[in-house]
Write a protein that binds this ligand. Sequence first.
Ligand code: IMP
Length: 432
Amino acid sequence: MLIVSVTCVVGLQWGDEAKGKIVDLLTEGHDVVVRYQGGSNAGHTVVAGGQSYKLSLVPSGIFRSQVQCVVAGGVVLNPASLLDEIDGLTSRNVPVGKNLMISDRAHVVCPWHFDEDRLLDKLTGGEAIGTTLRGIGPCYRDKVGRSLAVRLGDMYREGFRDQIARIVPAKRQILAGLGATPDEIRLDADEIYEQYRGYADRLAPHVADTTAYLLDAVESDKRILFEGAQGALLDIDHGTFPFVTSSNSSGVGVSSGSGVPGRYVTKVVGIVKAYTTRVGGGPFPTEQDNEIGQHIRDQGNEYGTVTRRPRRCGWFDAVAARYTARLSGVDVLSVMLLDVLSQLPELQVCTAYELDGQRINHFPSHVDDLRRVVPVYETLPGWQEEITAVRRVEDLPKKARAYVDRIAALVGRPVGMISVGPDREQTIFAEA
Ligand code: IMP
């Protein structure tokens, strides 16, 4: 066993770092591309052959015919949305067959999970998490709780009808307890069974034991690319809890989500935007709720891929990115959307925080402390030149180069790629 190339791509902020583009670029050197956590809350945009595709559950490797795509067991799967995605791809002549493998261990998002998501976010008191309402948290909660969970593999078993019949009455009570009206609790066990059996039939050609497949792949020196969804600051254990998603969206999720031991990962690519965005609730120290934030939102088209919600925008936070780069074991950074910052007269980068009058360099573990920190900024000059056509580092305006170099120094990792536009070609490969 040689372990030639096992790469992990992980977002270092609050998601939406344009990971899909980098995964798509890196797939060329890989045999297998794996999604290992999250679900239909993710939205990855890939521009291939001049066309733009929005992916949610299907790995971004689907556009390369020689690549085996795997949705591993750590993902929570909404079968209807996965089937829609597959249909959308095939209707645009992207072949989806044996090249897409889905874990029989993946937990299934069921109709009640959407209602629970909606009702629970109202109950948090104070600021809502602002979930994507895709049933992600409730599905992961049932996974951990075990007794009311459904895994994809269950849908092919004789006992599946009984399993649904057992869960539905319990879910009716839970929903009623959460304040759902009788009208909202329209759960019919037979109807749900038939619907999900139908999904199971259609997904059957893709379903496999992906843990066994991936362990074989890694032991036979296949080149594997792990595609993280969301960003490390949304990690359930290490992010800005409770304003997080319900999976390990930092690099730590690779092994639990896929079954491949973390020690086999040979390279971790950390993706950051040249600034910071966040969707949903929770503290965001460098947020610019002003004309600068609006400028970034307009220039970067910062609206959610899944929900179309306007993203909150702000300056690059090096304290947060340094924390998540270390947490995810990042070797090299990709700096995305640098072109969005062109034309701003000056740029600010957060280099430290002040908490209760004390300067701190670490990322606070409690959300209340993060809410109270005051960012310490360093001001850098902006550049006015258009950079979307630049393809070499030495052709970037000096000030743009200095900005990227400063980010790298503050995060403590070299920059390997700089993105200056959505197309594959609009990428600068830097010496890392
Ligand atoms: P959930 O994952 O739908 O439970 O949402 C929890 C939090 O994570 C919310 O603040 C969402 O806006 C955020 N979130 C979930 N998925 C993504 C993503 O793919 N990009 C950015 N934010 C996300």
